[in-house]
Structures are given as structure tokens and as C-alpha cells.
Design a protein around this ligand. Sequence first.
Ligand code: SAH
Length: 389
Amino acid sequence: MRRAPDEAMTEKRLPELRDVQRDDEGRALLLSMTFPELKRWVQDDLGEKPFRAKQLWKWLYIRMVSDFDEMTDLSKSVRAKLKDAARIDVLTLEDVYTSADGTRKLTWTTLAGATIESVLIPTEDRNTLCISSQVGCAMNCQFCLTARMGLRGQLTTAEIVNQVVGTRRLYEEEQHLSNIVFMGMGEPFHNPDNVIPATRILIHRDGLNFSKRKVTVSTSGLVPEIERFGAESEAQLAVSLNATTDEVRDWIMPINRRYNLDRLLGALRSYPYRKHERVTFEYVMLDGVNDSDDDLCRLVRIASSIPCKVNLIPFNPHPGTEFRPTPMPRVREFRERLQGKHIHATIRVTRGDDEMAACGQLGKPGPKQPKRMRPPESFVEAVRAEDTP
Ligand code: SAH
């Protein structure tokens, strides 16, 4: 198959080249650059021939070196220039927690001193890394622990990509990373200028070379950014639906007050799906909140109108939450009833929950937490009254 010379992108629009991201000493962050951005930097800032960009890209993403001195096909003088002008790693590994089921939670420190988390989930047929896109999150989803932190900062593209490169360096021999999901801390589409280029770096064929079908960005439903993502990235889209009415979604996912179900589903109906491409609907099952027969009927109706698959997620409790998981027989009933209507439906197996590495269990809430939303009158019974203001 023919492809554009600089990027493995033929169908999607090439975004503008962004300004170079730098550390406090002014060094350029190499892991922040898409291939065309690196090429421009090599020519304009480093004053080197464009083929150096290809050499550098291979050292960064195939050999995955962390030190310029290991780049042995570059002359000493070029290496010296690079050391002066650029930096590779922007994260320091802090800790690795391994769960009984083999899931590993990796914690990293950013240059600014924040802690972020990635989760490596090994299964029989794949190894998935779940990465963070922000420090904390501003979306205030009521069932999620990360939301309790509020938003503390945006990650640079380098900090996003470094989670993948750092994990590959550590575990590549025993556990080849095949899948990436942007489902760690943060709302990826609240940081699209860093997340979208990161997806392009991950799927670049001469580098990390992830399959575009195996890189998935999950959003709580920011409609303009869903449209932008459709135009600019070849990675897969997942949407955390989690409710079938505006009344419930307004409560458990306040972003719904800005982009309601009508707008969200409208954007997904006009999304530029490629052949065989579908959006994944995530649906966290909350006892007495979104698991009624009426919810099931509405979920069937929604899922039948959009090219999609549905991933039912058992709720992972965390300290202080007022929500309870839907009992597993009911979760299975949801799956079967969806499948009966020819909707592709799966149940996500909970992993890493003994080390607080499961969905919605990342991060440490601080003393100042975002406010809890009041449930609609008809739901007050469903949650423990003492936990709500
Ligand atoms: N902000 C993005 C990605 C991060 S959350 C998003 O909302 O999609 C990844 C998934 O975990 C989302 O589908 C979210 O609904 C789900 N989730 C959050 N808290 C959870 C919890 N406590 N138990 C199970 N799933 C949870």
C-alpha cells in the first residue's frame, strides 16, 4: 500500500505543525514531536539534514534509548548538539504495584513533580497499556475516583508517549505491548492538542508501530473534540455512555449538561467511520441508577442506531463512593439481551482491583474536592442518603 512519505496517514487531514514543547531549561522535548515536527526541528533548530530525523526517530521508538550517547550512528558533534538542545525522557518511574492477577500499576513523576499512573493489563491474547492524559480530571463524573482530585494539570505529548516508551523498555521482552487505551487519569479530549499528536506518534509505522485499530481514545463525550478527532486521528474512539436519559447522565456525568445525549449521539451518527470501524460504548453498571429494564430498552435503541459495540463495565467501588455495583447476574442479563438484538456486547473483566489499578480507581483525591452533584428526586432512594449533600 502506498503512503504519504512522512506519516502513515493517507485519509486523514494532516494537522498544523505545533510549536516545539520545551522543558524549563529550554530543551526541546523529542517525545512530544510527530515525525513532521521532528523533521522541521532537526532542520530549523538543529541545523542538520532531514535524514537525521529518521535516524533519531528510530533511536527513540525502535531502539528506545534514553541517552544520546547510545545513538552510535550519529557523530560525536551531533550527539553533543542534541544533548544541549533536546531531552528524551520526561517521566521518572516511581513505583510498580503488581496485583494478584498480574496487572501492574506504574506510577511516574513528571518534570513538574506530579504523580501520574499507567496500568499494564496482560491477558492471553494481548497486553494492554492504559495511559493517562491529564493529572486528575475536570469532568467530575460522580462514580470515578480520579474525578475527586479535580484537574491538576495537562500532560504534554511527551508525557503521554513516555508512558508507552517507558513501559516498553521495562517489559517488552516478557510482555509485548499490543494495545493502548487512553482510559487512565483524565479526559483525553480536554487535552486534544497533546492527545491527538500522541496517537499519531504511537501508530507511526517506522516507530512504535501500533495498529491503528489497537489504539483507543475514550471520552466522556466532548462533542467538538470528537469531531476533530474523527478528522485528525486514525485511532479508535470509545465513548463513556453510562446512562440512557439526560436526567441520569446530567447527574452522574455533568459534561452532559453541556453536550446532551442528542448532541452526543448526533455526533456519533455523523462520525467518519472507516470500513469495519465502530465506536465502543462503555457502560459502567450502577445498581439502581442505570440498570433498569427501561435503560436496557433505551440502550438497545441507541446501540441499534449507531455502528458500535457495547462494553458493560462492572462498577469498581472505591473509598467514599455512594454507588454500588449492579449484581453480576443482571450485568450478564444486559449482555444477553443486547446480543439477542444483534448488538455486539461484552463485559469488561475487572483487573487490578486489589492494587487500586482498576477503572475509576486511579489517583489520590486531595483535601479540596469538586462538589458532588445532587441526584434527581426520583433517584434519591438509589443512593445512600448520608453520602450526598
Ligand atoms: N475520561 C475518559 C477516560 C477515563 S475513564 C472517559 O470518561 O471515557 C475510563 C472508563 O472507566 C470510563 O468509561 C469510565 O466511565 C469508567 N469508570 C470510571 N470510574 C469507574 C469505576 N469506579 N468503576 C468502573 N468503571 C469506571
